[in-house]
Design a binder for this molecule. Sequence first.
Ligand SMILES: Nc1ncnc2c1ncn2[C@@H]1O[C@H](COP(=O)(O)OP(=O)(O)O)[C@@H](O)[C@H]1O
Ligand SMILES: [Mg+2]
Length: 235
Amino acid sequence: MIVERAYAHAVGHDEDEWPWSVPCVRQLLAEGLRFTAPVTFLVGENGSGKSTLVEALAEAFGLDPYGGSHDWKYATHRAKSPLGERIRFDAARGGRQMVRSWSARKGFFLRAETALDALDREGFEPDAKSHGEGFLAAFRGKFLVPGLYVMDEPEAALSFGSCLELIGHIDHLANTGAQVVCATHSPLLTALPGADIVEVGDHGLRRVRWEELELVDHWRRYLSDPAAYLRHIVE
Ligand SMILES: Nc1ncnc2c1ncn2[C@@H]1O[C@H](COP(=O)(O)OP(=O)(O)O)[C@@H](O)[C@H]1O
Ligand SMILES: [Mg+2]
């Protein structure tokens, strides 16, 4: 693991304004976010603040906010978000050097909205591949060394089989000293044994077990009887 806690202090901020108004950000300011496993999944409804949080964590670690690997730190010179500017990390045993030295930091940020541009810059020629194939090429070519790997809904572009491949890459990273923080809606990814699952919502942040996840319950019931859901939706 690289970091065991993220925290932030904000002074004179407007609590009614983004990102300070988002409940999970309020909790981060109040208590910080502790990482207790090499893999942390953030789950929660649309608009709950997952992207706000993962983008800020990636920025704070020095990864390019548009996405990409440590080779592209600050390549876009996009201003850091107000939260990304303020987040600090407590190092885990395997991450002391990276937390101390910006130049030692390694990792990758896979951000759904700008993934294609980022992969293009890294020479993955996404135009020549499908969106999902570009992601797979990045996993195979970049998910190699210990570092902080931050992802925002990587499953959006991936088939079932490709999601399974991604789990394999995540597990390999976890077993070789790296750390993964991933926002997701995927019941498949979150089933990774040993992963921490943090639910983001109006309550802020709380740890949940995979078996208790609402998204798992919905998928299970939907797949066993789609009509039970669809009769409320379609005519
Ligand atoms: N750049 C921004 N400026 C203002 N509000 C934002 C910005 N980005 C996100 N928000 C708001 O913050 C909340 C959380 O958004 P987001 O982090 O994207 O949620 P999620 O990724 O969980 O769907 C939403 O209400 C969204 O409208
Ligand atoms: Mg999001």
